[in-house]
Design a protein around this ligand. Sequence first.
Ligand code: M6R
Length: 605
Amino acid sequence: MCGIVGIMGGEPVADRLLDGLKRLEYRGYDSAGICTIHDDRFDRRRAPGKLKNLAQRLAEEPLAGMAGIAHTRWATHGAPTEDNAHPHIVGDVVVVHNGIIENFKPLRDELIAQGREFRSQTDTEVVAHLIAREIENGAAPRAALATVLPMLHGAFALGVMVRTHPDLLLGARLGAPLTVGYGDGENYLGSDALALAPLTQRIAYLEEGDWVAITREAVEIYDRDNNAVTRPIVNSGASGQLIDKGNHRHFMQKEIYEQPVVVAQTLRSYLRPLESKVALPDMDFDLSAIERVAIVACGTASYVGMIGKYWIEQLARVPVEVDVASEYRYRDPVLLPNTLGIVISQSGETADTLAALRHMRAAGVTTAGIINVPTSSMAREVDLLMPTHAGPEIGVASTKAFTCQLAVMAAFAANLARAKGRLGDEADVVQQLQQVPEAMSEALGHDGDIEAMAPKIAAARDVLYLGRGPEFPLALEGALKLKEISYIHAEGYASGEMKHGPIALIDEAVPLIVIAPSGPLFDKTVSNMQEAQARGAQVVLISDAEGIAQAGENTIATIEMPKVAPLIAPLVYAVPVQLLAYHVAVAKGTDVDQPRNLAKSVTVE
Ligand code: M6R
């Protein structure tokens, strides 16, 4: 989603601002812009589309100036045009903004009634007008910002400069992350530490409601009541090198291939093989007192929650509810005592999941989070952080974060089961989980077969995925992955549901991807597959050698997986599902890492 970089610099900033934007590209955006202050005036370049368009504008008309702000915009209000691109200038004020100003309409109406003219369709422009109005009425920049912030409803991070105060950079955060970077004779503002990594590793994370005044010499942070506060300066540890694709064509491919390593890395912090134990980080609540679990997440992370429901209920016999976060608060959930709320999120910043977490906390529920970014808002707000160690995930389509989340979810389910006295043979669970990285590597060995069959799927208009038990959410994940990067319409179904409606969609033109490891649910899944085959379905069967020997006839392709225990099958079968989506997207020539309309970190509701 949108990204902010600001530099109060000791040397020219335009190139460095552009570099910062490049490091934010992974978040997804559809236009970009930079504004500097030079010779007491604003100088601005903006361009719709990819950063190369902005870079070209800058090459044609370079920007001077030792202070400036820059932005990548993911359109919410108004099309991704140059006029709607940030920074927005009103009078002496320039603003960049992430998030949404929910009450922008009445504010805009009020400002128009006062004779003010708008040049964009964005919600952001009201912020620039409101601050400009305060300044025109004689307020100093800090006071103007402090007056305007309480007027704004919604979730936002802001970067602001005032032409008449070229040595001051202002920022504010409410519901969208914002960091301050500490340099040597320079200071910075960034929507994440990654954007600032080449400039500094010394970072402070603003807290909800904070605003900040940055000069070259000092950083002053204030809370929502305008009290001066200090926020710890930490070492971000973010690499200053641009994360590259190595030998891979896309980040998504690289991240799929990293899975054996990062899943092993994640499992290492949860498994104690010498003690035959699955462990969790220390917690200050009693796991054995948990009587129910409420899992909330979005998109791919929500499918981890659905798989977790199967595992937790089977292993621990504790009832689990799973909600997509965007629905959670609004259905007014019944939160009974002794519920553990679990949020799952790669970014730790997804607006709906964060809001659901706060809803649970406000209701007095103990919370835990399976989160990949340890400095994120969610990671800081949960009672128990269960980190994934996937490393930065750049491809918009989540892959390695998904399997690392599954690994942590399995560890959690085993711990809850032990706390409930139901785990049985813990050494066996440890052994099964230890087999995951190798089984994933073996699954990756079938990449060539998957690539070879991808053109058949790429030719389809619709694709269906089937699975049963924990492979049902994996079918949903397969369909989501295919949709988001290949733009082919795809749906996932519980295989037993087919004849309750979706089977009407089956004909020779609709490939059916069946995820069916051999095991207790195999025969039933295959019966559903055969019902579809009898109606002309073109089946791709993903199974192990035993399953393929039994049911691989009359399919258009089979993808062979190693034989694995049911507990770890979703982790291993995720690999062919991801590779299939990847190769289909490559065959279709789409923008695999930054698919149209999508953002990596969804910080608006
Ligand atoms: O950062 P999060 O894990 O909270 O993000 C949740 C979803 O937005 C994310 O999983 C999304 O569905 C991915 N694009 C899926 O590939």
